[in-house]
Unconditional design. Structure first.
Length: 211
């Protein structure tokens, strides 16, 4: 009974597109002898960026693979461009061209090649993620085009709002962004066309105008 062809895998279901090599490893295998750990390891090897992988037998003749993917929020630039999530996990292969409409994090020139599934532990990256969240909380993404966050030198950490460089430093992001919001509203009237830089590292904001 256990060897009956009724219980061999004919169908493979998944919540994401699967490589044919994964499907081929499953088809024709008895559900009673399904090497779930080996299949898990194989899927993980192909997709190290997946957060979770679940393999379920669906009798009489199917297997279901459900994965939890990671949601990239930005792209990291270092020997190319890689998508990254808020846990510091690289979710894409390096690209020679930037991804469209997603903020760029300039953290460091890493001396190793970034790979899908790699988890980066870097205080500068953590600072970039924290600043991103604060910019989002202050709704500056909706009001201005914030294209880049640069944390290569934490003391002079900055982000670009259009062509204007906003130097915010390494701490007190929320307080400084409130100062920026007031400056933009009261003094600059939300017009940055003549502003080259804004420095928020001191008790008051300093504005440098284009010549």
């Amino acid at each position: 009974m256990l060897a009956s062809s009724i219980f061999t895998v004919r169908h493979v279901h998944a919540n994401v597109p699967l490589e044919e090599s994964i499907v081929m490893r499953l088809r024709g295998v008895s559900l009673f002898h399904l090497p779930a750990k080996n299949i898990y390891a194989y899927v993980r090897a192909i997709h190290p960026e997946y957060k979770e992988i679940h393999i379920t037998k669906e009798f009489p003749s199917a297997v279901r693979i459900d994965v939890k993917t990671r949601k990239p929020f930005a792209q990291l630039t270092s020997q190319g461009f890689c998508l990254i999530d808020k846990e510091g996990v690289i979710t894409s292969d390096p690209s020679s061209q930037p991804f469209q409409n997603i903020i760029i994090l300039e953290v460091a020139d890493y001396h190793f090649r970034l790979r899908r599934g790699m988890r980066l532990k870097d205080t500068r990256l953590s600072a970039a993620i924290f600043l991103y969240d604060e910019l989002n909380r202050h709704k500056l993404f909706k009001k201005f085009s914030v294209a880049t966050i640069n944390t290569t030198q934490p003391q002079s950490l900055y982000f670009m709002m259009g062509d204007t460089k906003v130097i915010i430093g390494k701490d007190e992001f929320s307080r400084k962004l409130y100062i920026l919001e007031n400056l933009l509203k009261e003094q600059l009237k939300n017009d940055l066309s003549l502003v080259e830089y804004i420095d928020l590292r001191y008790k008051k904001a300093y504005v440098g105008y284009r010549r």
